[in-house]
Structure formats: structure tokens, C-alpha cells
Write a protein that binds this ligand. Structure first.
Ligand SMILES: Nc1ncnc2c1ncn2[C@@H]1O[C@H](COP(=O)(O)OS(=O)(=O)O)[C@@H](OP(=O)(O)O)[C@H]1O
Length: 313
């Protein structure tokens, strides 16, 4: 099944071609104190985004870059599309394929949000944004949000390799150089610690469900079932197993040329837990452990991340 497709590949191919021609300094711009890639975001889009009207039946996925958003986005799209087909409705679920929109909310053009008003329910929407930068209607209209989080050492590892393979992002000579940027929040979409800190304020909301990359790796079937229940998507056991099968790392990687084009070769890298052990040195481990302890250790999301299990050797 082609979950993404033409529009998705078109946006990414264009970004990669533009990125090739840019200097390091040109690749990011800052909006309200947070950096974003120039090739896919702009201050004009952020202004237009304020007018976006969320619906209570929207299916929203929130995750910091490199947390596995394409993976869980694929699961969500598959769940919504399967439910819609059962209802005899072939028009919703795969926004991108059928509606021609890029699934990440903050990526697109200034007219995107007007077009989205015409899209039938249920719309599947991904975002890397923190709650204060989301349109107010998301919380006001009680849209359901699935919050995806991943242990910070693997997020940093994935982001480092991604930055060095993808032309729209600034690259780094050494992991140490990247690590400094990551720890000081000089990253596209800002600091991961700020991200968790801000989302933690909504972790107890009844319309927000949190899932971790690691628990999904541990037991995909159980995670898929929980997600389907949260969004009231009534699939049969057989249909759930189909979604589980189609969302394995290997299945998605094998389908990546069709789903993500050239970008897929960079995106589907390892899909593992603990790859940070191949990159972090002792000083970097200590520094991140300390920052986690100071910023997130006592919080609800901090506990969900199971830092000691996943980030300590
Ligand atoms: N099916 C499946 N199973 C497990 N892991 C998967 C899967 N699909 C993608 N991935 C991994 O998710 C990481 C990319 O995260 P994102 O999709 O959020 O990246 S992006 O910010 O949107 O570019 C990236 O992690 P790393 O491999 O550690 O770099 C992908 O490999």
C-alpha cells in the first residue's frame, strides 16, 4: 500500500534539490526562537497555520524529529484507511495520496489550511511542533493527539546521521560538534528537552495518549491495538495483524522507494534501540544524564521514557 506518494515525494525531492544549493547558514531560519529548515518551512506558513481549524475527530500524531514519526504515521494512516474502507468510504485517511497534502502540519504552502478545511474526516495529521506553537483549535476543539517519544540518546544518534546525509540540514564534522548543538537546542524544531518539557504539561490530558518508540519496538501488536482503541478505530483482529505486518521496519524499508522516494534511503536507517552506544563517549553520556536528571527526571513523560533502562549502559 502506498501510504505516502506523489505529493510527499515531490516536496522532499524539491527540498533536497534546494538544499544542495544552499550554504550552511541558509539552511535554517528562526521563528519565535526556534530553528526550522528553510526548504520546507517559512514564517508565512507559521502565520497561516494560526488559522487552522482542528476537528474533534482529527487523528493527530505529535513527535520530535527522529522519534519514529514516519513509522507511527504509517500505522495511523493504515488504521484510518482500513476503517474508512470498512465503512465504504475510500476518501479519507491518506491525506497525502487522496487530498494532495503533505502530512506534516507545518510543512506546505500558505493556502494549505484553507484546502484542509475541505478535506473529509478523518484527517490524519503529523506534527513536530510543541503545544504553544500549535494552533489553539487543536486543544480547544479537543482533537485527539498521539504523542510519540523516544529515548533522547537514540534521538540524537538518529538526528546526527540524518543531518549528515540530508542536504536541507546543516551537517557536522564530528559527533561532538553535533552533540553541542543538540544539547543547546540549536536543532531544527528546537531542543528535545524543551519538547518533552512542554508536552509534559499535556501528558495527563484526556485527549492525549503517549506511546514510546521503545514499547512499540518491544510489542508492535499491543501498541497498534492501543492506538486503534484511543482513536475509536474498530478493526478486526485480522485487520490489526495486517497493520502490524505492514509496519515492520523491513516492510517499510522495502516499500520506501514507492512511499518516500530517494528520501527513504536516508530515513530507514537502522530502526533499532540503543544505537547510541556506538556513538556517545563517556563525557557525552554524563552530560546528557545530568541534563535529563535536571530537566525531566521527575516528570510524567520523563518516567515514561525509562531513561535508566534505555540510556544507561
Ligand atoms: N518501521 C519502523 N520500525 C522502527 N523504526 C523505524 C521504522 N520506520 C522508521 N523508523 C525509524 O524512525 C527514525 C526516523 O524518525 P522520523 O520518522 O521521526 O524522522 S523524521 O524526523 O520525520 O525525518 C529512524 O531511526 P534511526 O534508524 O535510528 O535513524 C528510522 O529508522
Amino acid at each position: 500500500m502506498a501510504q505516502h506518494s506523489k505529493k510527499f515525494i515531490e516536496v522532499l525531492d524539491k527540498a533536497m534539490a534546494e538544499g544542495e544549493k544552499m550554504t550552511r547558514e541558509e539552511k535554517l531560519f528562526t521563528y519565535k526562537g526556534i530553528a526550522y529548515p528553510t526548504t520546507v518551512c517559512s514564517p508565512e506558513i507559521f502565520k497561516a497555520l494560526e488559522s487552522f481549524k482542528a476537528r474533534s475527530d482529527d487523528v493527530i500524531l505529535a513527535g520530535y524529529p527522529k522519534s519514529g514519526t514516519n513509522w507511527v504515521g504509517h500505522i495511523l494512516t493504515d488504521l484510518v484507511t482500513t476503517t474508512a474502507k470498512n465503512d465504504g468510504d475510500e476518501t479519507n485517511g491518506s491525506n497525502d495520496e487522496q487530498q494532495g497534502e503533505f502530512p506534516y502540519l507545518e510543512i506546505g504552502d500558505v493556502d494549505k489550511y484553507q484546502r484542509m478545511e475541505k478535506m473529509p474526516s478523518r484527517r490524519v495529521i503529523f506534527t513536530h511542533l510543541i503545544p504553544p506553537n500549535l494552533p489553539v483549535s487543536v486543544f480547544k476543539n479537543k482533537a485527539k493527539v498521539l504523542l510519540l517519544i523516544r529515548n533522547p540518546k537514540d534521538v540524537a544518534t538518529s538526528f546526527y546521521h540524518f543531518s549528515n546525509s540530508l542536504s536541507p540540514l546543516p551537517s557536522y564534522e564530528t559527533f561532538d560538534e553535533f552533540f553541542t548543538a543538540f544539547m543547546t537546542g540549536q536543532m531544527p524544531w528546537g531542543s528535545y528537552f524543551d519538547y518533552i518539557f512542554e508536552w509534559n504539561k499535556h501528558a495527563a490530558d484526556e485527549n492525549v495518549m503517549t506511546i514510546t518508540y521503545e514499547e512499540l519496538k518491544e510489542n508492535r501488536a499491543s501498541g497498534v491495538k492501543r492506538i486503534a482503541e484511543f482513536f475509536d478505530l474498530p478493526l478486526t483482529e485480522e485487520e490489526i495483524q495486517g497493520v502490524v505486518k505492514r509496519s515492520s521496519f523491513q516492510a517499510m524499508k522495502d516499500n520506501s522507494q514507492e512511499s518516500h522516494g530517494a528520501f527513504g534511503q536516508t530515513l530507514f536507517r537502522k530502526g533499532d534501540v540503543s544505537d547510541w552506544k556506538n556513538l556517545f563517549n563517556e563525557d557525552q553520556n554524563q552530560e546528557m544524564d545530568k541534563t535529563f536528571e535536571e530537566r525531566l527526571a521527575g516528570s510524567q513523560l520523563g518516567a515514561k521514557l525509562k531513561y535508566d533502562t534505555y540510556c544507561k549502559a
